[in-house]
Design a protein around this ligand. Structure first.
Ligand SMILES: *Cc1c(COP(=O)(O)O)cnc(C)c1O
Length: 393
């Protein structure tokens, strides 16, 4: 079915599906590494790009392609590139767009390894980098150099929940010939469409909201223009970080319920955030849906909902946070996010432990920060769980 002009939910359910010879209602798992050519000429045509036949699963596969097509339609991009993990998506984009003597400007508090691979690995190949609080457009402006190639943004950021104005950031970057890449993992295309706001590339850890069931690790990249799409796909194929057909099947299945999962999770998150904000033991809380969030207005303008990630700190800092984490029963003490189950974790000792203490301080990741990914359970149960654990603090 052609879903190009259909609504978002129709695209979620049907985009990417192709006519299966047996009429299979869902895209089958083409669990194969390679594809037989009809004859020598067909093989030559596939390699020359004159036929769109499949060659080898690292290069392309029908099950993976169905998911990529769906994601490209949902993000309004030219094409999608599915990867083995979110980090394979991040590193493939860096690999495709950076090189010796090139400079990247990156949000200071991004997903830990997205920063770590620049500092530890890309620096060894002569890539220059500046980490700034991209929520302040003036800071991006100050960081721009002659050789700046990429502006890499996470919004909202992990775990400090800072938003970057994507329209303003893209306008500024494009004036200087800089490409804008956005990690849209925290919002999903259901709530935010960076390519529509002027950005060039969007990527996801589909491990999170896109798949939504905490049973696979995966990633996807979507480019707005054909040229960029081809460039990144070529790098991904050589790096070898392709998604696997079975992973693509599960992720595509999870994707179909994105809207209803996201609606429920963010409805729950709003109630949990309101509960925490009033709790006497909570020192501060950041949730884009609360009026108290410093960028609540930007969130309303740029996103169509506030997602289900909450960061907060307790009076008594890390010690108090530890007691909370050791006493929750419903929420799992686990990293990752965006699944149907509620998760709680401590970035300074877990996801962002790889950053230096100074870098964490500069990025506002305090030792007392606790991160909550609100799931789709009965919200009274989530609040009751937090309530009984907070009583022990
Ligand atoms: C989890 C995550 C990643 C990395 O994804 P993996 O699937 O774990 O490799 C990148 N960016 C953000 C915002 C994430 O939450």
């Amino acid at each position: 079915m052609n879903t190009k002009n259909k609504g978002f939910n129709t695209k979620l359910v049907h985009a990417g599906a192709f006519d299966d010879p047996f009429g299979s209602a869902v895209t089958p798992i083409y669990q194969t590494s390679t594809f037989a050519f009809k004859n020598a000429q067909h093989g030559a045509d596939c390699f020359a790009g004159k036929s769109d036949g499949y060659i080898y699963t690292r290069i392309g596969n029908p099950t993976i392609n169905a998911f990529e097509t769906a994601m490209a339609e949902l993000e309004n991009g030219f094409g999608g590139i599915a990867t083995s993990s979110g980090m394979a998506a991040v590193s493939s984009v860096y690999f495709a767009l950076l090189g010796t003597g090139k400079h990247i400007i990156c949000s200071s508090s991004v997903y830990g390894p997205s920063r770590g691979i620049l500092e530890r690995d890309f620096s060894r190949f002569g890539v220059e980098m500046t980490f700034v609080n991209t929520s302040k457009i003036s800071e991006i402006q100050k960081a721009i150099k002659e050789n700046t190639e990429v502006l890499y943004i996470e919004t909202p950021t992990n775990p400090t929940m800072q938003l970057t104005d994507l329209v303003a950031a893209s306008e500024l970057a494009h004036k200087h010939g800089i490409k804008v890449v956005v990690d849209n993992t925290f919002s999903s295309p259901y709530l935010q469409k960076p390519l529509d706001l002027g950005c060039d590339v969007v990527l996801h850890s589909v491990t999170k909201y896109i798949n939504g069931h905490a049973d696979i690790v995966g990633g996807v990249i979507i480019a707005k223009e054909e040229e960029m799409y081809k460039k990144i796909r070529a790098s991904m194929i050589y790096l070898g970080g392709n998604m696997d057909p079975h992973q693509a099947f599960l992720t595509h299945r999870g994707l179909k319920t994105l809207s209803i999962r996201m609606e429920k999770a963010q409805e729950n998150a709003m109630k949990v955030a309101e509960y925490l904000e009033k709790h006497p033991k909570v020192e501060w809380i950041l949730y884009p849906g609360l009026k108290s969030h410093p960028q609540h207005e930007l969130a309303k303008k740029q996103m169509s909902g506030f997602s289900s990630m909450i960061s907060f700190g307790l009076k008594g800092g890390l010690a108090a946070g530890r007691i909370l984490m050791d006493n929750v029963h419903l929420a799992l003490l686990a990293v990752s996010l965006g699944g149907v189950e509620t998760l709680i974790q401590h970035p300074a000792s877990m996801t962002h432990a790889g950053m230096s203490k100074e870098a964490r301080k500069a990025a506002d990741i305090t030792d007392g920060l606790v991160r909550l990914s609100v799931g789709i359970e009965t919200v009274e149960d989530i609040i009751h769980d937090l309530d009984q654990a907070l009583a022990k603090v």
